[in-house]
Ligand binder design. Structure first.
Ligand code: FES
Length: 56
């Protein structure tokens, strides 16, 4: 599933980033550019981040 349409970031990409050590929205933004355009994906990206961290 695509989370951030503007920057073509999928849920899988976010999960892989969390697996590699990222733990915050700031880090996801810096690494994958999630939410850096229209910002509509912020809530969804945050949920995926939270779920990914919980699954670890
Ligand atoms: Fe993520 Fe627009 S959908 S910045």
């Amino acid at each position: 599933m695509i989370v951030c349409v503007c920057n073509n970031v999928s849920e899988r990409k976010i999960r892989l980033a969390v697996d590699s050590g990222l733990t915050s929205m700031v880090e996801l933004r810096d690494e994958l550019e999630v939410g850096t355009c229209c910002g509509k994906c912020h809530a969804c990206a945050k949920r995926v981040l939270r779920e990914s961290l919980a699954d670890m």
